[in-house]
Structure formats: C-alpha cells, structure tokens
Design a protein around this ligand. Structure first.
Ligand code: NAI
Ligand code: MG
Length: 499
C-alpha cells in the first residue's frame, strides 16, 4: 500500500446490507426527534464521510426518556408483572434477532467505528448476542437466601434481590454493541429499565438494537436510547429520578460522573481506562507470546481499555521476542474496514489520531526509539501504522498515560521482582498478562499484580461468565458474570418474628 492514499483493496466490496437512516431518539418504544430539533452527524472514519444525521437529546428529551423508563418500572406495569421465564424468552429472542441481523449490525458497527468488518462480524456482534444468551440464563436464577439469625428468639429471615429501578448507562465508541450488551443484558435480566446513551461517534448499532427490542417483545419504555454527546450524558447523570449510572469511558469523565452522581446518591459503577502491563519472561514460548502481544496492543487499532500497551520483556529473551513482534507489526496492512480481508482499520477521528501521533512525539522527546510505525497512513481517513517504541522506561509519559491507539511501549526488565514493581507502578489497574512456563512464578505474580484481570499465557480475552473491571483509577464495580447481577440488584432483608 502506498503511503499517500488509503487502501486500495476496496474493489470487491459487496453492496452493503445496512442502509443507515437518520437516527432519532428511542423513547417509550417510539422513534422521536429531539424537542428542539437538534441533530449531529455521524461519520465513517475511513473516509470521513457523513453517514447520516442523529437527533441530539437535550435536557427535556432526557427527562422524557427517564419518565418513560420510570413508568415502565412502576408497580403493576407489564415489565414488572412479566414472570422470569417470559423475561428469559425476551432476552433469548433479542439474541436471536441480533444473530439474524448480524450482517447489518456488523456493517453499521464498522461504518461508525472504522474497525475491520472481520472484527465486527466475528467478535463484536456474535459476542454481544452471546451476552444476552448468557444473562437470559440468569433471569430464572436470581434468588435470595434464607439466613439463620441468632438474635430475637425464634425468627425467620431471608433476603430478596430486587431490581434497582431506572438505570442510566453511558458507553464509549470502541466496542459500541459489546459495551451495550455488557450493560443492557444484566440490567434487563434483573428486571430494571434502561436509558442508554451511546457515544456520539457511534450511535447506529444502539438504534438498530432498539428496534429489535420491540420485536423481541420487550414492553415500550423498558429500553430507551438518547443520542448525543457529553452534555446529554451529563443530563442523564444529573437527573433526579435515575437510580443507577453505569459508565465505561475515560478517567476524567468517570470522575465527573461520580461527583455529579453524589448529589442524588445514585449507585455508580465505572469501567475506566488502562495501561495494562504484558510481562514477557524469557522462559515462555516467545514466538507465541510475541504473536499474542501484537493482538494485545493492535487489535481494534489499539482502541481498547485492556490494551497490553506496556510490554515488559526480560533481558535474555528480548532480541528473540522483539524480532517477531517487530516483523509482524510491519506486516500488518491497513485497508478499507469494510473489506473482509482487512485486519487494521481506521482510528475513530482526526482529533484522536492527532492525540495518538502526539504521543509518538512525546515518546521521542523522552528518549524512546520508534522501531516501526509512528506515522499516519495516507491522508484519507484516520489510519495509523502499528507503532513500537523501544527504550522506554516506566516513568515516561508513554508508559504512564493511556494512548488508546496502536502504540506499544516496550520496557526491558532483569527479574520478576523488578517486573512486578514496575508493572504495578501505574495509576491504572485494569488488566495484566504474564508469559512464562513456570507455574509458581505465574501464580505468585497473579496474586501480586494490582489488576482486575490477570491473563497467564494469553491476553485480552473476556468471557461473559467472568467478572471484569478495574483496580485503582481503572474504576470499580465488576461487570459480567454473577457480579453484574449484584451491580443491578438491591438486597432486601426480611425478618419475621415467629415467637
Ligand atoms: P469519554 O469518557 O469522554 O466518553 C465516553 C462516553 O461518555 C461517551 O458516551 C460520552 O458522550 C460520554 N460523556 C462525555 N462526557 C460526559 C459527562 N460529563 N457526563 C456524562 N457522560 C459523558 O471518552 P472520549 O472523550 O470518547 O475519549 C477520550 C479518551 O478516553 C480516549 O482517548 C481513551 O483514552 C479513553 N477512553 C476509554 C475507554 C474505555 O474503554 N475505558 C473508552 C473510550 C475512551
Ligand atoms: Mg470526552
């Protein structure tokens, strides 16, 4: 591929299934304009072309959506009266509809994000459907306990798990449909109602999903979508009648959400950024470690909260590991994200691309060496070469700050003690990886690493059954698995005097 124009493997793209139409707000089961008629554009990052216009929800629209969600949650509403088996059926039907419309959803996801259609169709969409299937199974298994109490003579005590109420959910642009599924599936499984705010860059799949909720038999008002930017999200957080906010995004926005939510004591769960260490020991299968390290940092153009962006490599395995990592990074070719062969797509926006490129400059000024990449590709869209920085030390900004793009910072280490100390020397604690054949070393490190997820001899994989979330500035609350049932229910203790 030439350096002056973006990818030429476009030739044989089939006509798209997706025909994006202007996006409206989804409130109480209907698509409506914003009250003041405001709209914004959503773009295809690979060409910067406008895809369509989207309604921008103002404070009054947010209020309308919250009122709809409140009414749908009221005592005796169809949703509250629906039994657990029927709620299971709704979630399974939703998953089935997502799979039936997978091609269209994948195209919409790629159009909005610029990620390869290969990823949208093989990962994003099927995994989102699977998340609904997983939580469909939970609906009939959300139970309280009977608990022996020792005070008060003869007593019978038990707990109930109840839905929290109206949940405001704010999601980012890097995995729009998957982040929707991680939040919406458990919230609905627990019997809550939802007002979802997708990221302003990527509203299309959430709006298509909204149509599917009606087809799946989910009553109007149970699931609502308000599109818009930070101000729309802030209005949702400020709203007095929202019971819980779940957020995935930047640390800065997470902090402002927590401050705003404190006024009404909303329940809050936050999944924020990361600067995840990937520890490569010389006794590991270095070839495999390098191959996976590549996916760990360059999958989804590096726009991943769990990106293995700090690669720590033990001195004695350094050259072997780096030769595989570098040569493979050089072979990664960007292309039109809609082409099935493309494995490296476009970054989300020009602003973000410039931020990422700026970090390469910062790294150079700090003394890092650009081994490969470091540049934009072409002038159309926001493509960037997979970038490897060597000679990085852990105190450099490129090792401490989240870049959220295809930039790996490589740091050498002498022994496990040094690796652990430096790995934990970070404001973040979302994930970490360890590559070694020594099981004692691996498990000892897994205990000592301050991260919500530790992978041993693998990287960047999640499962609906396994809790996911962060230590330190990476946030709090665990999504997925049974943990998400805790996030979306209140526990009530009931005490009966039998004397
Ligand atoms: P952001 O945190 O500002 O946006 C995420 C979501 O929050 C979007 O839906 C946005 O509209 C909403 N939002 C923004 N301001 C808000 C406010 N005051 N109240 C309520 N909602 C608000 O992230 P942004 O600006 O898109 O990206 C900036 C950086 O954040 C990235 O470069 C990356 O480092 C990090 N990030 C991390 C993500 C993760 O998965 N942990 C996802 C997206 C971004
Ligand atoms: Mg922002």
């Amino acid at each position: 591929m030439s350096d002056t124009s973006t990818p030429d493997i476009l030739a044989d793209i089939q006509p798209l299934k997706a025909k994006p139409k202007p996006g409206k707000l989804f409130i109480n089961g209907e698509f409506v304009d914003a009250q003041d008629g405001k709209t914004f554009n959503t773009h295809y990052p690979a060409t910067a072309n406008v895809i369509t216009q989207i309604a921008e929800a103002g404070t009054e629209d947010v209020d309308r959506a919250v009122k709809a969600a409140r009414a749908a949650f009221s005592e005796g509403s169809p949703w509250r009266k629906m039994n657990a088996v029927d709620r299971t059926r709704c979630l399974l039907k939703l998953a089935e509809l997502m799979r039936a419309n997978a091609e269209e959803l994948s195209e919409l996801e790629t159009l909005d994000t610029g990620k390869p259609i290969f990823e949208s169709s093989k990962f994003d969409v099927p995994q989102a459907a699977e998340c609904f299937e997983y939580y469909a199974g939970w609906v009939t298994k959300i139970t309280g306990e009977t608990i022996p109490v020792s005070k008060g003579g003869d007593a019978f005590a038990y707990t109930l798990r109840e839905p929290i109420g109206v949940c405001g959910q704010i999601i980012p642009w890097n995995f729009p449909l998957q982040m929707l599924s991680w939040k919406v599936a458990p919230a609905l499984a627990c019997g809550n109602t939802v007002v979802l705010k997708p990221a302003e860059q990527t509203p299309l799949t959430a709006l298509r999903f909204a149509e599917l909720t009606l087809e799946a038999g989910i009553p109007p008002g149970v699931f609502n979508v308000i599109t818009g930017g930070g101000a729309t999200g802030a209005a949702l957080v400020e709203h007095e009648d929202v019971d819980k906010i779940a957020f995935t995004g930047s640390v800065e926005t997470g902090k402002s959400i927590m401050r705003a939510a404190s006024k009404t004591l909303k329940r809050v769960s936050l999944e924020l950024g990361g600067k995840s260490p990937n520890l490569i020991f010389a006794d590991s299968d270095l070839e495999t470690a390098a191959k996976y390290a590549l996916g760990g940092i360059f999958f989804n153009q590096g726009e991943m909260c769990t990106a293995g962006s700090r690669i720590f490599v033990e001195e004695s395995g350094y050259d072997q590991f780096m030769s595989v990592l570098t040569s493979r990074a050089q072979k990664m070719v960007a292309g039109d994200p809609l082409h099935p062969k493309t494995r490296l797509g476009s970054l989300i926006s020009e602003e973000h691309l410039n931020n990422v490129l700026n970090y390469v400059d910062i790294g150079k000024k700090e003394g890092a060496i650009v081994t490969t990449g470091g540049e934009r590709i072409g002038t159309k869209g926001y493509f960037m070469k997979p970038t490897v920085l060597e000679g990085v030390t852990n105190s450099m900004r490129v090792a401490q700050e989240e870049i959220f793009g295809p930039v790996a910072s490589v740091i050498r280490f002498k022994d496990a003690e040094e690796a652990l100390r430096e790995a934990n020397n970070s404001q973040f604690g979302l994930a970490a990886s360890i590559w070694t054949r020594d099981i004692k070393k691996a498990h000892k490190l897994a205990r000592s690493l301050k991260a919500g997820t530790v992978w041993i001899n693998t990287i960047s994989t999640t499962d609906n059954a396994l809790p996911f979330g962060g230590y330190k500035d990476s946030g709090f609350g665990r999504e997925l698995g049974k943990s998400a049932i805790d996030l979306y229910t209140e526990t009530k203790s009931v005490w009966v005097d039998l004397n």
